[in-house]
Each structure stands twice: as structure tokens, then as C-alpha cells.
Design a protein around this ligand. Structure first.
Ligand SMILES: [Zn+2]
Length: 131
């Protein structure tokens, strides 16, 4: 009974440790992706807007075409304004999600290739040899 209890505790501890590691990994991915989006993957630079729209041209065209058709034929100013807003929203959403996905993919590659399993090469006492 006691041995069984120990086995269950060991399994639980292994499981909890794995959860902690997965949590730390996910946290590191999110932090790195957020950093990337403030730097080279910033969605609000001209070059990155161009890249995002070029990479998603088909999806953008599919999403805005019905709004474009409607806005061309619409006489009501308020409805036209809403259609313009919808077209703008497609462009903003596509650009943001393209760079969010790209930053996350890069962050995962960087984390998976990191040498230090504790801080993922962000600089900790273990990887800097002070431990
Ligand atoms: Zn480290």
C-alpha cells in the first residue's frame, strides 16, 4: 500500500514537473514572440505591412471583394463608411495575425534550439556558469 502510494506520488510529481516545464516553455515562447513583435516582426512598419499583405493576398482579396462590390454600388454614406471600415479591418487583422503567427513560429524555433533548458538562453545563473 505504501509502495503503491509512493508510485502514485512519483507519477504525480513527474506529471507536475512536466506541467511546470510546459508552462515555462509556453511562457518563454509568448515572451519571445512579444519581443519579436516589438522589433523585426513589428506589424506596423511599411516593409512588414507589405510582406504581410503579399503573403496573404488571396485571403485579403477573398475577404474584401464582397465589401468592395457593395461599397461601389452603395449610395448611403453611413453604410459606405461601414463598408470602408470592414475593408480596413480585414487589412489590419490580416497584418496582425500574419506577424503574430510568424513571431510565434520563430519563437518556437528559437526556444527549441536554445542551449539552456532553464531560461532558453535569456541569461540565467545556470547558463552563465555562476551555478
Ligand atoms: Zn539559462
Amino acid at each position: 500500500m505504501n509502495r503503491n502510494h509512493c508510485a502514485v506520488t512519483a507519477d504525480l510529481n513527474r506529471y507536475l514537473k512536466q506541467l511546470d516545464q510546459e508552462d515555462a516553455r509556453e511562457h518563454a515562447i509568448e515572451r519571445l514572440a512579444a519581443d519579436l513583435m516589438l522589433q523585426e516582426y513589428a506589424p506596423d512598419t511599411e516593409a512588414n505591412v507589405i510582406e504581410a499583405l503579399l503573403e496573404t493576398t488571396d485571403k485579403v482579396a477573398t475577404a474584401i471583394t464582397p465589401h468592395l462590390k457593395a461599397v461601389i454600388n452603395e449610395k448611403n454614406a453611413a453604410i459606405r463608411a461601414n463598408l470602408y471600415a470592414l475593408i480596413g479591418k480585414v487589412i489590419v487583422d490580416r497584418t496582425l495575425s500574419y506577424w503574430e503567427d510568424t513571431a510565434r513560429e520563430q519563437a518556437i524555433r528559437d526556444i527549441d534550439n536554445a542551449d539552456c533548458p532553464y531560461c532558453y538562453d535569456q541569461g540565467c545563473r545556470k547558463c552563465e556558469g555562476d551555478y
